[in-house]
Design a protein around this ligand. Structure first.
Ligand code: PLP
Length: 416
């Protein structure tokens, strides 16, 4: 990965690519939505398929010369079907947001009603935020987590469904550390005759490996991303029962997209194959175990976690109890300086601004890919706490930074 061909054309981009590669090697990627793909997935994504138009679906293309594109997309579909068990899978969405867009476009008319989780409680922009097309095109009402437990207020959700009468209820979240009770949300949807979209973007890999309950077979539609807890490269996926297959396929193409990014579909096929192995199951279990270890370490140091812990790959720290004068943004900056890359995040009942919120969110998918075990994760928890507690102390930040570099060197990411 020297990017020599790029360099012959463009030294600026070659230098930045090398810089980014080194940045990834020499920092701890703990943004909960990030991971590291294998060299096999990188190669597939950087392949000649970026040249190919393949509008349509395998065997029914609008372009000639699609034999290999067909073969690869069918492999991606078959493997996804095996991983998640859905009756129908579409692997063409360019992103998780595009996957959600396909479901809304297929099932809703403008003005129809979406019931989803509030953004600062862990929801996603594509679930009805005013800055997103969903907030502008549809009528949105939002449920919340219980302020005491930090868990989805399922009763409140069901009551809101009764009074609001949504056309679709959206579950699945961006900053929610707990297992989701899909059945309870499905029951609320059934009671008001609404569709149920379960957006498992963050936990796609955990669900595939069976370490988080699956909504497939419960919710009408399941969307996911292919780059967070599963390492299949950047992209999205939609799953549904056979009865909705045509509507969903039409909504992806031509409804919302043109030609699929076939190089990314190839990356998905390869990443899904990797995920069908016992090694991946062990990986996903280690991701969850590591998150638990990280959470316990932070709690032992006196930090507060939203919901008190985690069942997934992420922890959400509410700094207001332990460090009321420290914002999530300032914590993020100090940690970044030490080479620990995670993000400031809103927390339920947010009292600061979304641009400088009260919490930090940390995920373990990336470090687990690099081989961090429980002991290493405990040390990472100690380092995070040291920086948070000494965020103004340059000497401490520098010392932690040196240890981070050693940990990175002990857990190399890509071969030279
Ligand atoms: C990350 C995420 C998505 C997808 O994001 P993209 O950046 O569009 O791939 C969708 N829904 C949720 C809940 C997410 O966390």
């Amino acid at each position: 990965m020297d990017y020599d061909s790029v360099r012959t054309v463009d030294t600026a981009v070659a230098d930045a690519l090398i810089g980014e590669r080194e940045r990834q090697e020499e920092t701890l990627a703990m943004i909960a939505s990030e991971n590291h793909v294998s060299e096999a997935v990188l190669e597939a994504q950087g392949s000649v398929l970026t040249n190919k138009y393949a509008e349509g679906y395998p065997g029914e293309r609008y372009y000639a010369g699609c034999a290999y594109a067909d073969e690869i997309e069918q492999l991606a579909i078959d493997r996804a079907t095996e991983l998640w068990g859905a009756e129908h899978v579409n692997v063409q969405p360019h992103s998780g947001t595009q996957a959600n867009q396909a479901v809304y476009h297929a099932m809703l008319d403008p003005g129809d009603k979406i019931l989803s989780l509030e953004l600062t409680h862990g929801g996603h922009l594509s679930h009805g935020h005013p800055a997103n097309f969903t907030g502008q095109m549809y009528t949105v009402e939002q449920y919340e987590v219980d302020p005491e437990t930090g868990r989805i207020d399922y009763d409140g959700l069901a009551e809101l469904a009764e009074s609001f009468g949504p056309d679709i209820i959206v579950s699945g979240y961006s900053a929610y550390p707990r297992a989701v009770d899909w059945e309870r949300i499905q029951a609320a949807a059934d009671a008001v005759d609404a569709y149920h979209l379960a957006d498992i973007a963050h936990i796609t890999g955990l669900v595939a490996a069976g370490v988080h309950p699956s909504p497939v077979g419960i919710a009408d539609f399941v969307t996911g991303s292919t780059h967070k807890t599963i390492r299949a490269g950047r992209g999205g996926i939609v799953m549904c029962d056979a009865e909705y297959a045509d509507e969903i396929d039409q909504a992806v193409f031509p409804g919302g997209q043109g030609g699929p990014l076939m190089h990314n579909v190839a990356g998905k096929a390869v990443g899904f194959k990797e995920a069908l192995t016992p090694e991946f199951e062990a990986y996903a279990q280690a991701v969850v175990d590591n998150a638990e270890t990280l959470g316990e370490t932070l709690v032992d140091h006196g930090l507060s976690l939203v919901s008190g812990g985690t069942d997934t790959h992420l922890v959400l720290v509410d700094l207001r109890d332990s460090h009321p004068d420290l914002s999530g943004g300032d914590a993020e900056d100090a940690l970044t300086e030490a080479g620990i890359i995670l993000n400031g995040n809103t927390v339920p009942g947010e009292t600061r601004s979304p641009f400088d919120p009260s919490g930090i969110r940390a995920g373990t998918a990336g470090l687990t890919t690099r081989g961090f075990d429980g002991a290493a994760m405990e040390e990472v928890g100690d380092l995070i706490y040291r920086v948070v507690d000494n965020h103004d102390d340059e000497a401490v930040i520098e010392e932690v930074g040196e240890r981070v570099l050693e940990l990175c060197a002990d857990h190399p990411l890509y071969a030279e």
